[in-house]
Design a binder for this molecule. Sequence first.
Ligand code: NAP
Length: 315
Amino acid sequence: MIAVTGASGFCGGHVARAADAAGARVVGLGRRPGPVGEHRFWDATAGEPDLTGVDVVVHCAAAVGDPSPGSAAEALMHDVNVVGTERLLRAAAGRPVVWVSSASVYDPRLDRSLVAEDHPRAGQLNAYGRTKAAGEELALAAGAVVLRPRAVYGPGDTTLLPRLLSRVRAGTLLLPGPDVRLSLTAVENLAQAALAAAAWPPGAYNIADAQPYQRDAAVRAVLDAHGVRARIRHLPLRLARTAARLAEALAAAEPALSRYAVDQLAHPVVLDLSRARARGWLPRHTLQDHLRGVGPDRRGPVSRGGPPGPAGPSR
Ligand SMILES: NC(=O)c1ccc[n+]([C@@H]2O[C@H](COP(=O)([O-])OP(=O)(O)OC[C@H]3O[C@@H](n4cnc5c(N)ncnc54)[C@H](OP(=O)(O)O)[C@@H]3O)[C@@H](O)[C@H]2O)c1
């Protein structure tokens, strides 16, 4: 039996469905039920999950977002992503655990044009990156397999592509700095890795699509697939950073633009996939595959009013 935390969410839902399709018994752990299998209530801030009968755990649950420093959301993020991980690992009691982390743990101050798993994990720009890094430290120390996907997209994505589309204002999408190469991750590739990884040696593994994308061409393809006619313009990086600092200083909860969001889009970040590939994992899905399936009835929310604003964060 496989337990999937966060099965009610985007990535966890795909993992749960893929496990179910592969014939596994699935139990979803979280506050809300997942798309398949048994549901056992678990609030990561409140106690340990019930893992009776479970053979392997895939931990996808996390508090995500870009909360303002000192906010209640930031404290909650620590409680879910770090203390919740402690609770989960205690309950797992030696069972194999696949812990879904994020490429946001990597030090953004260093060159990331080809990032291997030994890239330093420090200097994260927000609580999300910091708490994911702290949570995965615990997971690694407990002998878990840690997956580090970057910018996951696919059916049911409530963050990445919808947020990008929502930043189109007055027929313009502003992207910070010049075009760069970026790793993105089809959720199907992540789900396949999450299921296979229980048999991999403990440690960290980068997860992304087989080839990185040119940022501007990928964004262009997303806009076209969603029927959005918009010009892509480049906002000078210094200006984007200043706007982000200002937005962060003024925001009470979650800023409309942050230094993290600017960093995610403005610098080349390509994940070296050699380690996961060496375990036989083959990322087959691409952004083109996903966009072919985007019809008019599956298009995300698109705001076309107001002044142009820089695109928001990926994870
Ligand atoms: N999406 C990306 O681009 C991306 C990129 C890299 C890594 N990741 C990682 O992938 C994982 C899943 O992210 P996602 O994009 O699928 O996010 P999501 O759709 O927001 O799902 C988050 C899940 O976490 C669960 N959760 C949140 N607070 C909880 C709590 N207090 N107790 C129990 N469960 C809680 C939610 O379940 P309930 O609300 O039902 O409790 C939900 O199922 C995360 O670990 C994230 O760091 C995502």
